[in-house]
Design a protein around this ligand. Structure first.
Ligand code: PCA
Length: 325
């Protein structure tokens, strides 16, 4: 062997050792749909910090909030196609792929945090399996506070919703609003204030969090906590990006994710009262729903459940059966 070829081999050996022993730092861009003031976003920033700490900087995450890097409707596929390694989205927006993703947003099925926990437990193994087929892995999932009604006038019966231009965020809410005689329009959270101020919409169903963060008092005066459902966000990671990490790093990320899920549920529960108080403090009338209104809305929910059962996948029905046990 010549001197040259020996030194080339030696250099290659040194390079190989360096590559295997010096952990390469990964910088992950993470698109999320909701603004910075949202508790989900705050929770994700803490998660990112924890990942950096627990992995000794081997993985750092840069959060791009409010749909600034990738718009909400494209985030799942961006993670799937490896355009980004990780992202957050509203879980039930995938209900068009499989009803299993949408069970938490069916009106008047799971309406309290206790119900939501049960639903989440029933949903988790099924959606993990479904996402795996897309080479995605859910890391953690956190609910929004129970969903309530924002309007300009007091809503005493379902009839009072007739004809209202109604902001929606997924297919189930669109159906629900239409069944109540309202006219649904899809609007992402960062665009809510503008949609109201330009008259594109005049009512909505969302959490006290999203209402208060968007200063709902600037454009509506009534909040009716109908507690219609408790939908979740999910954070998913691209499986190939995750599997490329060494075992210690993968474990650190899973630990940080478990912490984020626990912390997120607690944040969500605290938000419910705190943000409802904020609505009141800013002059909104918080009115308990009348028995007649609830009865009417629940009847719409029951009808939707019948249709849901007729079209749902076996996976989705298995979640519902587990939930109803
Ligand atoms: N806020 C988000 C999803 C549910 C919620 O409370 C939204 O209004 O789009």
């Amino acid at each position: 062997m010549t001197f040259i070829s020996r030194s080339i081999l030696a250099a290659a050996f040194v390079a190989a050792v360096a590559a295997s022993s010096v952990a390469r730092a990964d910088n992950w861009d993470m698109p999320t749909p909701y603004p910075d003031a949202t508790f989900h976003t705050a929770n994700i920033r803490t998660f990112a910090q924890e990942v950096a700490d627990k992995t000794d900087g081997a993985v750092t995450i840069t959060v791009h909030s409010a749909g600034s890097l990738i718009k909400h409707g494209d985030i799942k596929n961006a993670v799937r196609s490896s355009q980004v390694p990780i992202g957050e989205f509203f879980l039930s927006t995938l209900a068009n792929e499989d009803a299993a993703f949408g069970v938490d947003s069916e009106p008047f099925v799971a309406t309290s945090y206790e119900d939501a926990k049960k639903m989440s437990d029933a949903q988790k193994p099924v959606i993990t399996k479904l996402l795996e087929k897309q080479r995605l892995m859910p890391l953690f999932s956190v609910p929004w506070p129970p969903q309530g009604l924002y309007t300009n006038k007091e809503i005493k019966t379902v009839d009072d919703l007739k004809g209202l231009k109604f902001r929606a965020y997924n297919a189930a809410l669109e159906k629900f609003a239409a069944a109540a005689g309202a006219a649904p329009v899809q609007v992402e959270v960062p665009d809510i204030p503008q949609a109201f101020s330009t008259g594109q919409v005049e009512a909505m169903i969302t959490s006290p969090s999203t209402g208060a963060n968007g200063k709902a008092w600037d454009y509506v005066s009534y909040y009716t906590p109908i507690n219609a459902w408790v939908p979740k966000n999910v954070v998913v990671v691209n499986k190939a990006a995750f599997d490329a990490l060494d075992e210690a790093t993968r474990k650190a990320i899973l630990d940080a994710a478990a912490d984020a899920e626990k912390r997120g549920w607690e944040m969500s529960m605290k938000e419910t009262d705190a943000k409802t108080e904020e609505l009141k403090a800013n002059g909104m009338k918080v009115v308990e729903p009348s028995a007649e209104l609830l009865e009417g809305l629940k009847a719409i929910g029951a009808k939707m459940q019948e249709e849901w059962a007729a079209g749902a996948s076996e996976d989705a029905k298995a979640i519902m059966a587990e939930y109803n046990k």
